[in-house]
Design a protein around this ligand. Structure first.
Ligand SMILES: [Zn+2]
Ligand SMILES: [Zn+2]
Length: 231
């Protein structure tokens, strides 16, 4: 299934009405064709707290039972496997903002009520956002908004300084790297969703969830297009 989809992936210029993945014509207003959509990999029975795939629905994984993460729920579209890495790479580095829209719309179809009062995209440092022209997490949030009509609040959180990439750092270095990196505006929400493109270590989401809890937000969900599997 996945191999078939990967074989069809096309790059190059995109015309209006073409599938973002295979460039064939698609139905009106759709961003991908029906065939690509049917073949997209999805998570089976994710743990409600960390999205780790399990054998049965709505069970919590052992790790979340022992040491639950600070957020109340995690929802992701899929593991970080084809075609998602390319969609996200092009979204971040090749000005394909429409890919964010697609990822948001796909994620929206996996969600169920009760919905949060607002979606809070993980902020970029202003300098990085200026260079990219947009925040990829906000583009994904717009796709969610297309389907679910939940307000997107891009002012609630602010990144105070540019942080080094987390990927080469160990657990303690990651925490130190993010300490004091974000600020939150006073807010009246009780239930929000933090949104990012990919969740890797969860350190950013941990930092932001604690910040929101300190602001009086009692229920924080963590949403992303993908999560990488390290458990
Ligand atoms: Zn297609
Ligand atoms: Zn879990």
């Amino acid at each position: 299934m996945i191999r078939r989809l990967t074989a069809r992936l096309q790059s190059g210029p995109l015309w209006w009405g073409q599938c973002l993945l295979c460039r064939h014509d698609c139905e009106q207003q759709a961003l991908i064709c029906r065939q690509c959509r049917d073949e997209l990999p999805q998570l089976e029975h994710p743990c409600p707290r960390c999205a780790f795939p399990l054998a049965v629905t709505d069970a919590h994984c052992g790790q979340c039972q022992r040491r639950p993460p600070p957020w109340q729920r995690m929802r992701v579209l899929a593991d970080f496997e084809s075609p998602y890495p390319r969609l996200i790479h092009d979204l971040k580095y090749h000005q394909r903002a429409l890919n964010g829209r697609l990822l948001g719309q796909l994620l929206a179809r996996q969600l169920a009520p009760p919905y949060p009062e607002a979606i809070l995209p993980v902020p970029l440092h202003w300098w990085r956002q200026l260079r990219r022209g947009y925040n990829q997490a906000t583009e994904i949030a717009r796709g969610l908004q297309d389907v679910l009509n939940i307000p997107v609040d891009t002012d609630a959180l602010r990144r105070l300084r540019a942080t080094a990439s987390q990927t080469q750092l160990n657990r303690r270095q990651r925490k130190r790297n993010l300490h004091g990196a974000f600020a939150a505006r006073p807010m009246a929400y009780h239930h929000v969703a933090l949104l990012d493109d990919v969740i890797t270590t969860g350190t950013t989401m941990t930092e932001l969830t604690r910040l929101l809890h300190r602001q009086g937000v009692s229920r924080v969900e963590v949403w992303a297009a993908c999560r990488t599997l390290d458990h």
